[in-house]
Design a protein around this ligand. Structure first.
Ligand SMILES: *Cc1c(COP(=O)(O)O)cnc(C)c1O
Length: 460
């Protein structure tokens, strides 16, 4: 399988190359040159299989050629063995024909573990084979950083440095980054805000001496390997409700469009998905765009669902690529216009998008009210991101088609908002209940490129 750039000007790569590279050289995002198909029989045969076996069958056509079957099965097994639920992605019912897909049973209690845990294993195998070692740097406002640290801890082909804004992440998020004891993972508390963290990471990638010297690599959400890992739970969920005979819809709490784009891939592969519903919080650029108002940047307003507080949605470029009939030049032009504030989507592309996606927006008050109501009527404590999804799903759903809303994080990850809304303090799962007692290890560092680079060079 070859991978091509959404902007049409970068070389075609194998899965392994695209995974290790991340962003394409023309600034685009890698997508498979062709989306593999699963027949109705292939999908029916997934019924009753383990999460791991389904994962193998769904992802194998995308990665074959880069890994042996045995290597890939081993990566999948190691990626999900640390999850706190035998089903990995179990479902519960909220209301007649409305289901919640719990994606928060991984080591950092958010859905990003599904992709990060797998990418950690794949990096290790690929780098070992190549005899290489890389340094991963990332900026985080909370969830991605802890997921990356958990995924790469103890893997000797990789050093990980995560920059987070000092004093501006929740205590659970900070402790998840600072308590792993493995010597290859490093939490850096930067004197600055999240934008400073992101800017310093970007600076490091643009400093070619440093970049080549430490063999810098990234694992942010534009990496196609992350999208691919997320395709799997669309299959397990739909099949458990009767696919391929019965159609289902999904509602996805959305920020960078990675998770819902995985749903698009599942649908293109042949999974009978009726609607893909994009749920946004008050940072609603995607809802505005999908409602026909063009794609124009606004101010980011901090919300109680912070992992969806985005100004531009990086993976939306992939959706546009398909909506524009895989025309890389058209996408490159749009991304140029985005630098100056935004663009209007052509009529044809808008038509293509509306055949796939619905969208809705949930205010802060509605988020709190949904957490309270679901705790009362369904006995289900939702995190604020999942609550955004549930609210939009209720507004948008067709009662005759089962709706599956993705629960993207565990309520205990956002205890303040959940308690504020419901009066209930969400407890950590038992396997993590000692998080507050574990010793922390963190380096406080100034917001200065040379200081950070120096620290990384000395540490590795
Ligand atoms: C990252 C994240 C999201 C948004 O997912 P995207 O793939 O960026 O759209 C939603 N909820 C939680 C809890 C997250 O961590």
């Amino acid at each position: 399988m070859k991978y091509i750039s959404t902007r049409g000007q970068a070389p075609e790569l194998t899965f392994e190359e695209a995974m290790l590279t991340g962003l394409a050289r023309d600034g685009g995002l890698y997508v498979p040159a062709e989306i593999p198909q699963m027949s109705q029989d292939d999908i029916a045969a997934l019924s009753g299989l383990s999460y791991e076996e389904t994962a193998f069958r769904v992802m194998w056509p995308f990665v074959s050629g880069s890994f042996t079957e045995e290597e890939f099965r081993g990566c999948i097994a190691r990626a999900y063995e640390g999850f706190g639920h035998a089903a990995r992605a179990p479902m519960v019912q909220l209301a007649p024909n409305h289901f919640l897909l719990e994606l928060f049973h991984g080591p950092t209690l958010a859905f990003k573990d599904f992709a990060m845990q797998l990418i950690g294993q794949l990096f290790q195998v690929a780098l070992k084979r190549r005899g290489e070692k890389v340094t991963i740097v990332g900026a985080t406002s909370g969830d991605t950083g802890s997921a990356a640290i958990e995924a790469f801890r103890g893997l000797d082909a990789v050093n990980v440095f995560i920059l987070f804004p000092h004093g501006r992440v929740s205590e659970v998020q900070r402790r998840q980054m600072t308590t792993p004891a493995d010597s290859n993972v490093h939490a850096l508390a930067l004197e600055g805000d999240f934008d400073d963290c992101q800017a310093r990471v970007k600076d490091m990638f643009n400093d070619f001496d440093f970049r080549d010297g430490v063999k810098l690599a990234g694992v942010n959400s534009i990496n196609f390997a992350r999208v691919l890992a997320q395709v799997v739970y669309y299959f397990t969920a739909a099949v458990s409700l009767g696919a391929p005979e019965r159609k289902v819809s999904f509602t996805v709490p959305t920020g960078n469009f990675g998770d819902i784009f995985a749903g698009f891939i599942a649908k293109q592969m042949g999974l009978p998905i009726d609607r893909l519903v994009v749920a946004t919080n008050q940072n609603d650029i995607l809802h505005r765009c999908l409602s026909g108002q063009g794609y124009y940047k606004g101010e980011t307003i901090p919300s109680i669902s912070p992992s969806m507080d985005i100004q531009v949605s990086s993976n939306f470029e992939r959706a546009l690529f398909y909506a524009y009939g895989q025309d890389g030049a058209a996408v490159a032009q749009l991304m140029d216009e985005l630098k100056n504030g935004g663009f209007d989507v052509s009529q044809g592309a808008m038509q293509a998008l509306s055949e796939l996606y619905d969208s809705g927006r949930c205010s802060e008050d509605e988020t709190l009210a949904t957490i309270k109501a679901q705790n009362e009527v369904a006995n289900e404590l939702l995190c604020p991101h999942s609550a955004v999804g549930v609210k939009v799903a209720e507004d948008k759903r067709n009662p005759s088609v089962p709706m599956i809303t993705l629960a993207t994080a565990h309520p205990a990850k956002f205890p303040a908002a959940v308690e504020d809304a419901s009066g209930v303090h969400p407890p950590l799962p038992p396997r993590m209940s000692d998080l507050y007692e574990r010793p922390e290890r963190v380096t406080r560092i100034g917001n200065d490129l040379a200081t950070i680079e120096d620290h990384i060079r000395k540490t590795i």
